[in-house]
Design a protein around this ligand. Sequence first.
Ligand code: S3P
Length: 170
Amino acid sequence: MKGNLILIGFMGTGKTSLGKLLANKLGRGFIDLDQKIEKDSEMTIPEIFEKHGEKFFRELEKKAVREISERKNLVIATGGGTVKDPENFQLLKDSGMIVCLTCDAEEIFRRTERRGERPVLDGGGEERLETIKKLLEEREKFYSQADYTIDTTDWSPMQIMNDICDHLRI
Ligand code: S3P
């Protein structure tokens, strides 16, 4: 497969863990967009949101997308909100193949329980599940533009990896 292999999808769908596994299997470099943003800005994601707000985070995210989409043969894990921006989606699409990971809202709720890591979801208990459902609905139109989509709810990372490799014949 030519170009990059790009993982998109909501928070907690396993983009980073799967990205590492895939990169290892395919002998490709791996870039996690959030980690790149943290490294370049010398701040954690929660710090960026807290000190500068979401708008500023999205600007850093856009800059990082521009940079990585110039590169080739990578496995790239994006952030859950990266493809809300049509230009980000297009740049990533032009640089390779886009795979979307999906997952049930309740399972995302469980997987993202640890506080302080995902500013977009930081709210109360029940309220957090409602936020997840609302955002999933809002973002469905962006996620659904992927070349291939796989539901990760009941599958292990290995099963997901094998399915993607079979599907993409890589
Ligand atoms: C975000 C998802 C996060 C991170 C930031 C915003 C979002 O990435 O980019 O907290 O808007 O969905 P993960 O999907 O890797 O958690």
